[in-house]
Design a protein around this ligand. Structure first.
Ligand code: C2E
Ligand code: MG
Ligand code: MG
Length: 726
């Protein structure tokens, strides 16, 4: 014992050599006594090992702390008492205890796990090698102390700094750190990584109506649902508020990501039960993939952000992939924000009306008021673009009040049997004095309230259902009519239909469009919705009819009223009043005979690659399975080509029809939906491949592929011709 203590005192002396001159010299005995006092007072433990790494001494208090007898420890190897492989010096950079022991190097304040302890125990150990007079290693002598508690505390505060205390998910700090690290490592090994950004729709409403504790509970349930969907595939984080983020390594297949995102939207939109109340929310998802959409973390996060914004703008409850055009959209959005503030004051809004006709007589029964914004520079802007911005800016209520007033004034000039339908934003619906304001406006215009139909979407049921039902009852007392707009697209819960006093149900365009296509059950769905509405005593309107075959099918399924471009798009009130003056209340169906499968008309330059040559062609239209291109003369049927759709999207295709400068081509693998009504390829050319062709690594842009495939040295097989727009 005294041998060990004097060795320790010697090494302590060594460590404090610089202070030696200022301290009194203590003789070996006094020092040994002091150390023995320390040991006895349980302020410091001591240990010693021999040259073979066997423990020869350990303080009694240390043995007592781990509940072992000296006989169980003395003589055994250090590695059986302490975990020599894993150690922790807080910085995490220390060499393991095993390495130190093997190299006979000094040990300074190393955190090691005690293996023989009954519960998790950590010691901080320090030791110096004992050397014989000939420099031969004789073993270690050193100190130890229990640091389990302080380590646990520091780990807890570390957790606090990295994890969200409400949901237990990673927080923003950890997520951005993870993205940075992942991207840096993945770049080396040329791997891809997707980032999904989720934002809950109408979460604020739940918070406002049911209270913050309910909001917290909802967020916890949301976190659980997200965890279930992704199980162990990636890291999930809550960035704050109602924003979540998911990092998914090694995915670049947009088909797979679209499926996952659809599941997220679907699962999160199912009703939640919170302390006896039911709440419904929605969810929008933005997706960006490294290195395609961004190489650096900040670039990728910005891309996911823009995609999320686009998803929210395109009606919420959907996903959206990033594409370079979205950067332009962000500028567009900013312009909308800037312009909207004064649009009302500057008389830039116009209300137009789309007739809704009786399905038997085609006589106009109702006029749907649709807001138009005539922007001084951009021209007419779609309400689908600016209404969500007006909602976010909090000016939709004011705009909505103005619209109702305008509609009442116009309606006063129409034949009395005609009603008007006014769209009500869920934000306006939720405002405290909505019912009062409707009443004031209608009585001021002296309009029969039953001539006004308020079109409400399913999202008003989000949040506090009782409150929504109460507003409905109060509106019914005013004798206005209520219509449920865009039925079938929203929050997919039928139970509220039973309790809410709707007079009319508007079947969403997505069921009507293409209801005649062979591979759809849209027709059957329309029939089911119509008969359900009838059973509940509600009238039905089918929206968005464009073609004669759709008209026929919908009529035969028994919808009471019809609305769509086949009868008329929205018209100016003067035009309508002139018609009414002439007693022309009927609208003739005018439109194409047949619906054509999801074919999008386009006119843009794309690349067509054949053999070693790249040609410029014009894309006329495109569907999931094929496209029509123009600009090359006499390409034989059966020619294999690759269409470069921009942004690294290459579609392998084969020419199926060829007529002069026009070709119909079929894709080898179908395109997929981009979530925003557009189409995209599942896979893209990897920026790593482009890098390998001698370009710097960077996110894809429209010319990425063109830049590495535009070598025109090879003899060209086809002749390019100039094409005009029509
Ligand atoms: P909504 O209430 O479902 O209105 C119907 C939309 O479908 C209108 O688009 C209309 O022009 C369009 N539509 C009608 N028939 C057809 C058709 O046969 N084919 C196609 N492709 N489209 C058809 P619009 O005017 O662009 O309005 C879009 C949405 O913006 C409306 O959807 C409504 O949610 C919102 N909105 C429009 N005006 C107002 C308004 O005054 N207040 C509020 N809060 N929202 C409005
Ligand atoms: Mg509507
Ligand atoms: Mg609608």
């Amino acid at each position: 014992m005294s041998g060990l203590l004097s060795k320790i005192s010697a090494s302590t002396r060594g460590a404090h050599r610089s202070e030696r001159r200022n301290t009194h010299r203590l003789d070996a005995d006094r020092r040994a006594k002091l150390l023995a006092g320390l040991e006895k007072a349980d302020l410091e433990w001591f240990w010693e090992s021999d040259e073979q790494g066997r423990i020869t001494y350990l303080s009694d208090h240390a043995l007592g702390a781990i509940g072992l007898d000296a006989s169980e420890v003395i003589g055994s190897e250090i590695a059986t008492l302490l975990d020599t492989r894993e150690s922790d010096d807080a910085g995490g950079a220390a060499r393991s205890l095993k390495f130190r022991l093997a190299s006979h190097s000094p040990i300074s304040r190393l955190n090691v796990k005690v293996l023989k302890a009954s519960c998790e125990t950590w010691w901080e150990i320090s030791a110096s090698p004992s050397l014989g007079s000939n420099g031969k290693f004789l073993g270690y002598h050193g100190t130890a102390r229990d640091i389990t508690e302080s380590l646990e505390k520091s780990r807890a505060s570390e957790r606090l700094a990295q994890y969200d205390s409400l949901t237990g998910l990673a927080n923003r700090l950890r997520m951005s750190h993870q993205i940075e690290q992942t991207l840096a490592v993945f770049r080396q090994s040329k791997r891809s990584c997707a980032v999904l950004l989720l934002d809950l729709d109408q979460f604020k409403k739940v918070n406002d109506t049911l209270g913050h504790p309910a909001g917290d509970e909802l967020l916890k349930q949301v976190a659980e649902r997200i965890k279930k969907i992704f199980s162990h595939r990636g890291e999930i984080g809550r960035l704050g508020g109602d924003e979540f983020q998911i990092i998914l390594p090694d995915i670049e297949d947009r088909g797979e990501l679209a499926d996952l995102s659809k599941r997220v939207v679907q699962m999160l939109s199912q009703p939640y039960s919170i302390e006896g109340s039911r709440a419904i929310i929605g969810c929008s998802v933005g997706i960006a993939i490294a290195p395609y959409d961004g190489v650096e973390a900040s670039e990728l996060i910005k891309a996911a952000d823009l995609a999320l914004y686009a998803a929210k703008d395109s009606g919420r409850g959907t996903y959206r992939f990033y594409s370079s055009e979205l950067s332009n959209r962000a500028t567009f959005r900013q312009e909308l924000e800037d312009g909207l503030q004064d649009a009302l004051a500057n008389d830039q809004f116009v209300v137009e009306y789309q007739p809704i006709v009786d399905s038997g007589t085609h006589k106009v029964a109702c006029l749907e008021a649709l807001l138009r914004w005539d922007h001084p520079e951009r021209g007419r802007i779609s309400p689908a673009d600016f209404i969500p911005v007006a909602e976010e800016l909090g000016i939709i209520t004011e705009i909505g009040e103005w619209i109702l007033m305008e509609v009442c004034n116009h309606l006063a000039k129409c034949p009395p049997e005609i009603r008007a339908a006014v769209n009500v934003s869920p934000i306006q619906f939720a405002s405290a004095d909505f019912v009062q304001s409707v009443q004031k406006t209608i009585s001021k215009a002296q309009i029969d309230p039953s001539r006004i139909e308020l079109e409400i979407t399913e999202s008003v049921f989000v949040g506090d259902l009782e409150h929504a039902l109460d507003v409905f009852q109060r509106l019914k007392k005013l004798k206005v009519r209520l219509a449920l707009d865009d039925f079938g697209t929203g929050y997919s819960s039928l139970s509220y239909l039973r309790d809410a006093p709707f007079d009319k149900l508007k079947i969403d365009q997505s069921f009507v469009r293409g209801c005649t296509a062979p591979d759809t059950n849209n027709g059957a769905l329309v029939a089911a919705i119509v008969s359900m509405a009838k059973a509940l005593g509600m009238e039905t309107v089918a929206e968005g009819m464009e073609t004669k075959d759709e008209l026929e099918v919908i009529k035969c399924h028994g919808a009471d009223y019809l609305q769509g471009f086949i009868f008329s798009s929205a018209m100016r009130i003067d035009e309508l009043l002139e018609r009414f003056e002439r007693k022309e209340l009927e609208f003739e169906p005018l439109g194409p005979e047949r619906f054509r499968s999801e074919r999008r008309t386009e006119f843009r330059k794309v690349g067509l690659i054949h053999g070693d040559s790249r040609y410029n062609v014009f894309l006329r239209n495109i569907s999931k399975t094929g496209a029509r291109v123009e600009g090359l003369l006499d390409v034989p049927v059966g020619t294999d080509v690759v269409l470069d759709l921009g942004g690294g999207q290459l579609a392998v295709a084969s020419v199926r029809r060829s007529d002069g400068f026009r070709q119909g081509i079929e894709f080898e693998t179908p395109l997929i939906s981009d979530g925003g009504g557009g189409l995209c390829t599942r896979h893209r050319v990897s920026p790593y491949q482009i890098e390998a062709a001698g370009r710097p690594l960077g996110a894809l842009d429209n010319d990425s592929v063109a830049a590495v495939t535009s070598v025109r040295s090879a003899p060209r097989a086809f002749m390019e011709v100039e094409i005009g727009k029509n």
